[in-house]
Design a protein around this ligand. Structure first.
Ligand SMILES: Cc1cc2nc3c(=O)[nH]c(=O)nc-3n(C[C@H](O)[C@H](O)[C@H](O)COP(=O)(O)OP(=O)(O)OC[C@H]3O[C@@H](n4cnc5c(N)ncnc54)[C@H](O)[C@@H]3O)c2cc1C
Length: 389
């Protein structure tokens, strides 16, 4: 593994306990996310079940879930360490940073006691892998334009509609599905349903595992619902109509997670490029000795440092339950744009080798592009920031 650029750990992440946690994560990844394993995921277009099970046994799943529900009782700092360790070695296809800090908080924060007891232990043990299904073919940025409906029937609802681009869509056995329970009620007409595909009798189908520009090792799928029955007990929080509020409350954390993923990729790109620039010889000197190279890398290092400081600031706010949608949007928008800029600039320094997928920088170029789109396109982030002007 290439060591990332040495940017000092922010105070938030500097404790001895976190350092030991990080070391245990590294040992875990050394065993379960070796480069050849990551390559295999890409070929299979899916991560194997093995790493999920092992992560459950190693108490990495549900790291922030309270111990009484099977978690490890940690917090967002532990999630950051996980995201960074995974990102530094290009193993992002293992979507634990979706499962842990994006999906599980919906249950820990909004779930009824019965829902927490029913789902969290299985999601922490690795018996269940989670997904969240909001996006539809006709409704991505415009979430309220979703057409998936949940029609009330005795004891529950019949779900009908289509979702697309769902991460973990092939693997997941626990899916939070957004649907309209009252199409006439506007923002109060959306509910989140907790769906366990393996026990659904009829009306659920997984679609294709989609071919993507990058992140090929992570499964991304369409999902189809055709009058699929869901019990009323499986509405998140037990009461219909709160889905949009629940999403709005949790999306800032998802955006901060994406920003940290982008940060890890930036550090990896810089680490790889500095190493390469010092070894590549041309015109009687190394690439690193050209002033252009030095200036570019100095700019990148400066911007990367600023990004990391801002992310630490946002994370402190998140832990204090004070992260605004506006700041989370700034983090997601700015760090993902910086990622694209830095990866593109670094790739240029590799010359033709940068265009070869056998070099990590080529992979990073492909894998990094999605960060400006998912979790809310960056144009939507700017809208959210502009609302606070
Ligand atoms: C690999 C991958 C994984 C994903 N995982 C998930 C998942 O697990 N669960 C899930 O629910 N979704 C997931 N998504 C969906 C993702 O969140 C959406 O793709 C994203 O929100 C954008 O929606 P859209 O694709 O429908 O684009 P659209 O909404 O059609 O937007 C297209 C473009 O229009 C522009 N635009 C949009 N709105 C505005 C505006 N208001 N002002 C100006 N310009 C605008 C932006 O440039 C935007 O990129 C995933 C997507 C991908 C590609």
């Amino acid at each position: 593994m290439t060591q990332a650029l040495e940017i000092e750990a922010p105070e938030l992440l500097a404790s001895e306990e976190l350092r030991m946690f990080e070391a245990s994560v590294e040992r875990f990844l050394d065993q379960y996310a070796r480069p050849e394993t990551v390559d295999q995921w890409r070929q299979d277009k899916c991560v194997g079940q093995e790493i999920w099970k092992a992560a459950g046994q190693a108490a990495l799943l549900g790291i922030s879930v309270p111990e009484e529900y099977g978690g490890a009782g940690g917090d967002f700092r532990h999630e950051i360490m996980l995201i960074q360790s995974i990102g530094r070695r290009g193993a992002d296809a293992f979507a634990i940073s979706l499962h842990n800090p994006v999906i599980l908080p919906y249950i820990t924060e909004f779930g009824t006691e019965a829902q927490k007891r029913a789902w969290l232990p299985q999601l922490c043990s690795g018996d269940m892998i989670g997904a969240i299904a909001m996006t539809e073919p006709g409704a991505g940025s415009d979430l309220q334009g979703m057409r998936t409906s949940a029609r009330p029937v005795e004891g529950g609802y019949l779900l009908s509609g289509q979702k697309t681009f769902i991460s973990n869509g092939q693997l997941a056995d626990f899916i939070i599905v957004a649907a309209k329970t009252d199409p006439g009620a506007g923002s109060k007409g959306i509910s989140l349903f907790l769906v366990q595909p393996s026990i659904v009798e009829k009306g659920f189908q997984r679609g294709r595992n989609l071919d993507k520009v990058g992140m090929e090792g992570q499964d991304t799928s369409e999902l189809f619902f055709d009058e699929m029955f869901v019990s009323s007990d499986n509405i998140l929080g037990g009461v219909p109509g709160h889905g949009l509020q629940q999403l709005m409350r949790k999306l800032p954390q998802e955006r901060l997670v994406i920003a940290w993923q982008a940060m890890a990729m930036i550090e990896r790109a810089l680490g790889e490029t500095i190493k390469y620039a010092k070894s590549r010889k041309m015109f009687g000197q190394t690439l690193a000795e050209f002033q252009n190279t030095q200036f570019k890398l100095a700019e990148f290092k400066t911007e990367a440092t600023i990004a990391k400081v801002f992310l630490a600031h946002c994370s402190e706010l998140l832990i204090a339950d004070a992260l605004s949608s506006e700041k989370a949007s700034m983090a997601k928008y700015w760090v993902s744009e910086l990622l694209s800029k830095i990866v593109d600039g670094c790739l240029q320094m590799f010359g033709g080798y940068g265009f070869m997928l056998e070099y990590p920088i080529g992979r990073l170029y492909r894998d990094s592009r999605i960060h400006r789109i998912y979790g809310g396109a960056n144009e939507v982030m700017k809208l959210l920031i502009a609302r606070g002007l």
